[in-house]
Design a protein. Structure first.
Length: 91
């Protein structure tokens, strides 16, 4: 009698990695890296066979989030400076 075991699921880690790659390469919005980060953290806890993919997914999603945060800070700073400049120098 041959017994086989089903392979352990690794879908969360794979989804996290794919979202991380797409977030960086395609410039997906703030929402996709947050979802990818949550999936990666959940995968690292639940799926021992997907720890590598989940780790890279967490890393890539954190990098994508950092890029978005830096862009928002830069745009707010430039907008504030432009408004201040306009207010002090007139129209």
């Amino acid at each position: 009698m041959v017994t086989t075991t089903a392979p352990a699921p690794t879908g969360l880690g794979t989804a996290s990695l794919v979202l991380g790659i797409c977030s960086l390469l395609a410039g997906w919005t703030f929402f996709a890296p947050v979802v990818g980060l949550c999936l990666g953290i959940a995968s690292r806890r639940r799926e021992p066979l997907a720890r590598g993919r989940a780790g890279w997914g967490v890393f890539l999603n954190l990098v994508a989030l950092a890029v978005w945060i830096v862009l928002v800070v830069v745009f707010v700073t430039v907008g504030t400076f432009a408004a201040w400049h306009h207010a002090t120098n007139g129209a």
